[in-house]
Design a binder for this molecule. Structure first.
Ligand code: PMP
Length: 388
């Protein structure tokens, strides 16, 4: 006997029940006056113009199309040849997590190499997906720059067929990106060792101010005909942090492979969250898909990146003018994007906060996006005091 014997059948909903009865009626003269939904003179549902103006024609498919185009350039052969598998993800993090699950399932035992240091959540993501990872050298504290030799030799030393996680631009937390020549060499060793490049693109536009230029690393690899993974995020460059909008892209050697990869990415997403939210996808599709809005975004991107460049310059000028120790501060100008790795130690970072009320992460990273020209002198005083 059921534990739910005491639960009786509920009556049909008094309003929706009327619609059900209406639907079942086949008489041509029928008229539904049960539901309070606005209808036109033709008795059709009315989509308001202000809503229509906002929505793209195709919804999520339109997002997947434009996000790949933004990444690779609309006329990239990869897109023409349908060699890219794109699925909308829950921003950068969720997209990385999908890829991690794909690696765990289809490349058992394969290692992911991540830069030392990297965005802290990378380790969590691969740990949670049970994907083994190790670090490659990246930051050189002596030069406050890139340890390029170390990076290359660690990528070379990794087991064949490893995934090499690369920040597409504006490396977090260091603000140090490889030069175009260095990117070529990185691509060389990855190809030599049969590794698979895995780009995390969370700041497209914030490095140079140009959305195209900031995708140059990914496009260089794609132009070599390499297969690669790319996670994208619109949190920063469109300020859509709370919409959780991003994408996971897999560039494949054939359209057939891309179709198979896409089917498996969808299969992985289904039991995780079933399907992604629509609103952010519509905004991106609308902005990137509309030539006038796209141009406007490019101008705003330049404005945001430009303001950060201005405070970067002013901070450097202030430090150079105030500091009497002869320290070379030019590393600040060489760094790119939102962040600057100051080289301040944990205890020096503590001094920044405790004495100067400057809040920053303990690894010595400061976000220049949170700095204004007016505050540069004060920050320079705080940094000089903390260093010496
Ligand atoms: N990758 C990197 C390198 C990041 O810095 C971030 C954001 N801090 C992300 C991915 C993902 O951010 P989100 O999930 O908000 O898109």
């Amino acid at each position: 006997v059921s534990r739910f014997e005491g639960i009786t059948m509920a009556p049909p909903d008094p309003i929706l029940g009327v619609s059900e009865a209406f639907k079942a009626d086949n008489d041509a003269k029928k008229l539904n006056l049960g539901v309070g939904a606005y209808r036109t003179e033709e008795l059709q549902p009315y989509v308001l113009n202000v809503v229509k103006k906002y929505l793209p024609i195709e919804g999520l498919a339109a997002f997947n199309k434009v996000t790949a185009e933004l990444l690779l350039g609309a006329d990239n052969p990869v897109i023409k040849e349908q060699r890219i598998a794109t699925v909308q993800g829950l921003s950068g993090t969720g997209s990385l997590r999908l890829a991690a699950a794909l690696i765990e399932r289809y490349f058992p035992g394969a290692k992911v190499l991540i830069s030392s240091p990297t965005w802290g959540n990378h380790k969590n993501i691969f740990n949670d997906a049970r994907v083994p990872w190790s670090e490659y050298r990246y930051y050189d504290p002596k030069t406050v720059g890139l340890d390029f030799e170390g990076m290359i030799s660690d990528i070379k030393a990794a087991p064949e067929g490893s995934f090499i996680l690369l920040h597409g631009c504006a490396h977090n937390p260091t603000g140090i990106d490889p030069t175009p020549e260095q990117w070529e060499k990185i691509a060389d060793v990855i190809q030599e060792k049969n590794h698979i490049p895995f780009f995390d693109v969370a700041y497209q536009g914030f490095a140079s101010g140009s959305l195209d230029e900031d995708a140059a690393s990914v496009r260089l690899f794609a132009a070599r005909g390499m297969e690669l993974l790319v996670a994208q995020s619109y949190s920063k460059n469109l300020g859509l942090y709370a919409e959780r909008i991003g994408a996971m892209n897999v560039v494949c050697s054939s359209a057939d492979a891309a179709a198979r990869v896409k089917s498996q990415l969808k299969r992985i997403a289904r039991p995780m969250y079933s399907n992604p939210p629509v609103h952010g996808a519509r905004i991106v599709a609308n902005v990137v898909g509309d030539p006038a809005l796209f141009d406007e975004w490019k101008a705003e991107m330049e404005m945001m990146a430009g303001r950060i460049k201005n405070v970067r310059q002013k901070l450097f000028d202030s430090l150079s003018a105030k500091d009497k120790s002869g320290k070379d501060w030019s590393f600040i100008l060489k760094q790119i994007g939102m962040f600057s790795f100051t080289g301040l130690s944990k205890s020096q970072s503590d001094n920044m906060t405790n004495k100067w009320h400057v809040y920053m992460t303990k690894d010595g990273r400061i976000s220049l996006a949170g700095l204004s020209l007016a505050k540069c002198e004060y920050l320079a005083d705080a940094i000089i005091d903390s260093y010496h």
